[in-house]
Design a protein around this ligand. Structure first.
Ligand code: EPZ
Length: 438
């Protein structure tokens, strides 16, 4: 997508009601990439990283790495060479770091490499309170002194190197598990993380670090052991496909109907999503590295509860809710991870959905049709859900706040257009409020 001078990209316009047909290629996983790129800070040598998704969160992290002195060279559209051999430790730029959640991985990586890190408190989607106490608990267990003040996380290892430690996480946290792993790979001694998260991106980060010479055991189980090594050398690594991007397109086919092959996936990572779609009467056929999703009959009601992997992912909750708005009967969705992940519900209601929310539970009474409306993408996955609802709705849906969507979905408009969706980007000139189709 090109950005023309003097033009601000603002909205998506979807003319709904067209079933989807064809194939979609899935990009590298966002939540793996945003940890693996900071992990390159730990490596003394050149890392070639393949299958990097082209999304704005990745652009920001690469910009931060460059600011810290990393040499970043584009090999092709999805491959970068990153050399952090001669980086200097310095406070991470506030304006960049506060715009993304994953900037917290810079704390673990810089603390691990230099024994000191100063990083602004992270940003990211507003899903209710997003504390980092478990990250801090891990760093403290490794002998670091940690202070949060003036909007900064300041972590320091007396003696310049963290040491091995044992930490039991009070709740399963993806971010804390990865951050402690990052700090521990170069530590003096063994670190043990108990009650660790098991998401595919945890395993991917461990595989990346191990391929560079780290010694991490147990990633993918709830106990991870990291034996510190003296240094990491360079190498090549390819990021796993994005489980949530794939799940989002699966849900899009479920809602809009049609038949689409979702390519370049690891079907095992999609089991939790596939199982739910099958319950809803959607056909899903697994192949070696693709899944074919087909829906021509009605959607059956079901209940969904989100939980850490291998449970149903919270990052798929709004998208599956979009499908359930059109199911026969009443479904109950329970959010088991985040405090506030139903901010999108008012937007669905504008389209004719019938949803009641009480705390962590949403009761969705299926309707025969949704109708297009102007709606707002209030966060990344809510934005994806608005697209899904728009594809299934009768009439036109205009979505604003799409910068949220572009944080995590590569070329979403092109990918959906290629399978027959009528979706366009609306540009609004800076000095004119009237949108132009581009
Ligand atoms: C990661 O966030 C993802 N973000 C989120 O994806 C995802 O929703 C989440 O994991 C759960 O899968 C990235 O990977 C950048 P957590 P993270 O630590 O690591 C509580 C998306 O849409 N908690 O696993 O920040 C927390 O409040 C995004 O791609 C603490 O209390 O999530 C939450 O209730 C949105 N203290 C639960 O644990 C802590 O120190 C899980 O959070 C840490 C977490």
């Amino acid at each position: 997508m090109d950005f023309e001078e003097g033009v601000t990209l603002t909205k998506y316009l979807i003319h709904g009601g067209r079933p989807l047909h064809g194939s979609i290629e899935i990009s590298g996983a966002k939540n793996a990439a945003v940890a693996i790129l900071p992990a390159a800070l730990l490596v003394n040598g050149k890392c070639r990283i393949e299958n990097i998704p082209q999304i704005s969160d990745v652009t920001l992290i690469l910009q931060i790495l460059r600011e810290l002195g990393a040499e970043v060279r584009t090999v092709n559209r999805t491959t970068m060479d990153i050399d952090c051999s001669s980086i200097q430790n310095a406070p991470v730029p506030y304006e960049l770091a506060r715009r993304i959640r994953a900037s917290y991985y810079l704390v673990g990586a810089l603390l691990g490499r230099f024994g000191w890190a100063q990083v602004p408190m992270p940003g990211g989607c507003n899903l209710g309170g997003r504390p980092i106490d478990q990250h801090v608990k891990g760093f403290l267990a490794m002998g670091a002194e940690v202070e949060v003040r003036n909007g900064l996380i300041d972590a320091k290892a007396p003696g310049g190197r963290v040491c091995g430690g044992q930490v039991y996480l009070d709740m399963v946290s993806v971010g804390a598990t990865m951050n402690i792993m990052l700090a521990a790979v170069l530590a003096d001694g063994m670190t043990i993380i108990e009650n660790a998260a098991k998401e595919p991106h945890i395993v991917d980060l461990a595989n990346f670090l191990n391929s560079m010479g780290a010694n991490i055991m147990g990633a993918g189980t709830d106990v991870i052991k990291i034996r510190g090594v003296e240094s990491l050398k360079g190498g090549s690594y390819s990021i796993i496909p994005d489980q949530i991007e794939a799940g989002t397109y699966m849900a899009a086919v479920a809602a809009a109907g049609g038949e689409v092959e979702i390519k370049n996936v690891i079907p095992k990572h999609l089991d939790c999503i596939t199982a739910k779609l099958l319950e809803m009467g959607v056909e899903v056929e697994e192949r070696d590295d693709s899944v074919v999703v087909r829906r021509d009959g009605p959607i059956t009601r079901t209940n969904v509860k989100t939980m850490p992997y291998p449970g149903f992912p919270t990052d798929m909750q709004p998208q599956i809710a979009a499908c359930l708005c059109l199911a026969q009967g009443t479904s109950v969705v329970t959010e088991g991870v985040w405090e506030n992940r139903y901010r999108y519900v008012d937007e669905f209601r504008r389209m004719g959905a019938r949803i009641q929310v009480d705390g962590k539970v949403a009761v969705i009474e299926g309707v025969e049709k949704l109708t297009g409306a102007p709606v707002h993408a209030c966060d990344l996955r809510a934005g994806a859900a608005m697209i899904i609802a728009g594809l299934a709705a009768h009439g036109d849906t205009e979505i604003d706040g799409i910068y949220h969507i572009e944080r995590g979905y590569e070329n979403i408009v092109e990918k959906l257009s290629d399978v027959g969706a009528d979706i366009q980007i609306l540009f609004v000139p800076d000095d004119d409020a009237q949108p132009q189709v581009g």
